[in-house]
Design a protein around this ligand. Sequence first.
Ligand code: ZN
Length: 828
Amino acid sequence: MKYLLVCLSIFYCLLSNQSIGQSNTAQVDSSWKKTYRAVATKINNLKHTKLFASFNYEKSQMNGEVWLTLQPHFYPTNQLTLDAKAMDIKEVALVNGARKSKLIYSYDSLQLQINLDKTYTAKESYTIYIKYIARPNEYKGVGSAAISDAKGLYFINPLGTDKDKPTQIWTQGETEASSVWIPTIDKTNQKTTQEFHLTVPSKYVSLSNGILIKQTDLKNGFREDVWKMDLPHAPYLFFIGIGDYTVIKDSYNGKEVSYYIEKAYEKVARKIYGNTPQMIAFFEKKLGVPFPWSKYAQISGRDFVSGAMENTTATLHSDAVQQDARELVDGNNWESTIAHELFHQWFGDLVTAESWSNLTVNESFADFSQTLWFEHSKGKDAGAYENYTGLRNYLSSPTDAEKDLVRFYYKDKEDMFDLVSYQKGGRILNMLRHLVGEEAFFASLNKYLKDNKFSNGSAIKLKLAFEAVTGKDLNWFFNQWYFGNGHPYVRIQQKYLYDQQKVLVTIQQTQTQEKIFILPIGIDVYVKGKRDHYDVWSKNKIDSFYFPAAVTPDNVNVDNDKVLLWAKDESKPMKQYAYQFMHARNFMDRFEAANEAATNLKDPSAKAIIDAAIIDSFHVIRSIALNSYNPTAIDSVMEKKVLHLADKDPVSAVREDAINVLSKINKASYQPYYEKWINDSSYTVAGAALAALELLDSTKAMTIAKQFSTQTIKKRLNTVVSSILTKYGDEQTFDFIANSYAKLNIQSSEKFEMTAPFAQLLIKTSDAAKFKKGIDLIVAFREAIPQGYRTQTDPYFNFKIFGDILKAKKQKGEDELVDIVTAVLPKF
Ligand SMILES: [Zn+2]
């Protein structure tokens, strides 16, 4: 599963810059700290699940009949407990050939306790029949940081009343929500084969796990689709999707690879999903384990509660995956998610975490796969940057440093979906890869997958696979990183000792945590243009290392491959950074040097770094250089370089950054350029150019913004047009802005960025109906943010956004509007 952290990190940035006051001083319940989360006991095991389902769009319910074949795990039993949430149970029977005999059961709206007809031994299997109605809207589950609720089965626009939204059905099982629509043992350590018979409206297509083996026209406007999965997987990976999609078919190695896409995006389906067959080929080769399943399909769901979900053979993406041709000019922003969910088909679906405590063996791998795929498809720099982004996100959240990666104590299973299971775990894998070597790393993953296929995994099993392959004791590594929390904070210092012709490097661990980390560190010492490499260990609070150096080193590069998961404070002269940049062996060498230079521009060595950085081969480095420029102190040579990048850089993000710099220089002579760039094929570049024009000629910018407001525009162009219309416009522009705000996906950062300008427009709006519509739209956004993040986002909405509107309306004496805002604020 993946929630878009791009958007979350923006939440964090925006929120930390706002003074929003303290919202909540309630007592914190910590009783969960005493509840050990055991792996679910296996009494009966699922073997096969056969479902017949039809869908009641009127009531948003599913009529189901299920045949479950089970077998006692070891001990004989005459009892069966199934998870079945908020269902209307009609019949429970034992199946004996063609005969059914009723069984006695009790039901508490969460679990079905069934008395079997006799005691079964571990050698006997039996089949249970249950007829029921699934009522997802009756289930009041709690959502998580990663998903916003847990209804399991979702009817989107079921009655077709919303003209702007297609009618769809999709399911979301993780963590334990499949049991809202199908009675099962909803635990990760159960695995079952399946056969789903779905009765769907003939005008729609369906998607489920496995292969579509039969379609029957029922001649009444409905069709029965039969989907079959011959290989066992866990119930949380069950999937049903139904809607009006075009199905685009690719293939890989004789297996179908398909993309279910809304018709409007049919033409760009391959631009979005088209790398999937190459990704499968790449991951198979790396892992030495062929893609395990019979097909691979990807579909998107409107109003999806997460970023994406790796249902076996049928990944569901948020509809944010659907980008139009012009959005794709900036690159496919869903590429990493596509890789992430695909990698789960091995790590998660083939080998499944034995319980949520060991979620790392699903999510850390999926997160790590993003680095692997970028490294392979976009080059080493892009891979390293993806790895760094994950590290930065984890390090930016101090509360996450308190959590173990494998956690047997947590408040809610949903809390496991955090920066530790994903980003930190992904970086730990990258570190392990470096520690044991590329070949041993993938041989170990191969062993882990083969040893545990169609079964369960854990950090312990992972450790055993690595130890078996490498012959090394890895207790220290797993204890430190998997079964312990935190990360090292280090202070790195160096001193040249003339008399000894040595350089002294000290590494001091400064974390307040008691524990000292064991860290294998690679150090490159460059003397007179020659590189010497040393491998050392930091195992104490302070370690001192002496390296030969006939003269002062050109550079001392600690953690030369830039793989360690740590927060460092390193002091070395800018001259060394300049040397590091010019002789960089990897992306992070340049990245760190460029960042260091960007904050110390007065140093002549820093200027040399920036001059090199602005023509670097990787766009991130060029952007660092651009953003370091001080517009008030820029010289004509630099200015020319910026203009060149604004006009010609192949990467739109760099063109955008360059235009931003030019706009701060604010010269009238650039106006013709801005007017040209406003027509750039990239929304991002066009938006930056329009924002720059506004500073020079707001009347012209307003005229152009009005023209754009009759077209489909997205991304930065949309936010800039909205902000100009809000600033200089009046209530006339309300409809355009309200509509574009309503259409933005909640996982897009634009929605968050657009909220404040939209609030400004509402301050200007005195029409009560329009005002209420606007307030409702912001409320809908506030409520749609997943629970885990709402403690941070709610105060922003309530105190900042609504607070400002309320204050303004009170001042204006618009009492009716004051009441409308007050009604959506929490009561204290
Ligand atoms: Zn995931």
